[in-house]
Ligand binder design. Sequence first.
Ligand SMILES: [Zn+2]
Length: 322
Amino acid sequence: MVKKINNPLKIDYRNGIIEDRLLQVRNFKNVNTPRLINVWGIEIEPRESKKVIELIRSDFQKNDPISLRHLKRIRKNVQTSTLEVVLCSREYISDKDDMDKKLKSFWGGAKEYRLRDDIKVPEFAPSTKELNNAWSIEYWPLIWNGNPNDQILNDYKINIEEVRNELSRVSALSMKMTAAGKLFPIASVFVDSSRRRKRVVVEDGRNCENSLPIDHSVMVGIRTVGERLRDDEDEDSSAYLCLDYDVYLTHEPCSMCSMALIHSRVRRVVFLAEMQRTGSLKITSGDGYCMNDSKQLNSTYQAFQWIGKEYPVGPVDQDVCC
Ligand SMILES: [Zn+2]
């Protein structure tokens, strides 16, 4: 994690644009809708707060898979003059007996406490201070550390030269396909950034005779990566097909392709042309699925649109699914 000031990338935090070219594609509607999760809480006398904080620091803060750092751990109950403390998420400890056991061993068994299983808190902080204040009143007191998306933008590891190279590759292929009179000048490049295997460059299968209607360039790309894995004896074929791949596309993918990219666990997608009617990544495209950043799905990937004019793509009818 680099400090904002030391980040070599130029980042426009307000508009989510990196190096004046890469527009971050996220579902900010999601971010500002509170997703409430169940946590374990405890009610204690004020004099016991130091001891409980010790437990939180030594165990829960380190081991809880859900970060609760955006929460104030303690709030006062004015009616009972007690303190209510958030201990950990129910994802970390789901069973009440396990929680009881942990607390009993911490207090040596003698202590009476009131365990609370009815506390719900927002899973993440919202993007504005105003919402942060509103959620603090409505749900549970939150700490305002600035827009959490600033940290996300700051943490992206992006080699802008590599992005330019790959986009120039898909762009050139798309223009070549247009010149050859192909109906679907849509292309993809799949790059395994972590393991340095050779890249996969494919064009849309629908240009070929005997193709299937679902042979979109992304589907052909995933299939090609899969075939390569199958042929490579050193590879674990049970692994996700495109784990940690970066994918460069001439056109914003449709819902089928966006979903297939989730299933194959790519790390990042960068596309050139948006598809206002059939795209599935931008909130303004298609039905506004923002498929790469959906809380309903079990996985997400980073997505960016290149907003410069350097890499042209062949024309595709707005009703075509890419
Ligand atoms: Zn598609």
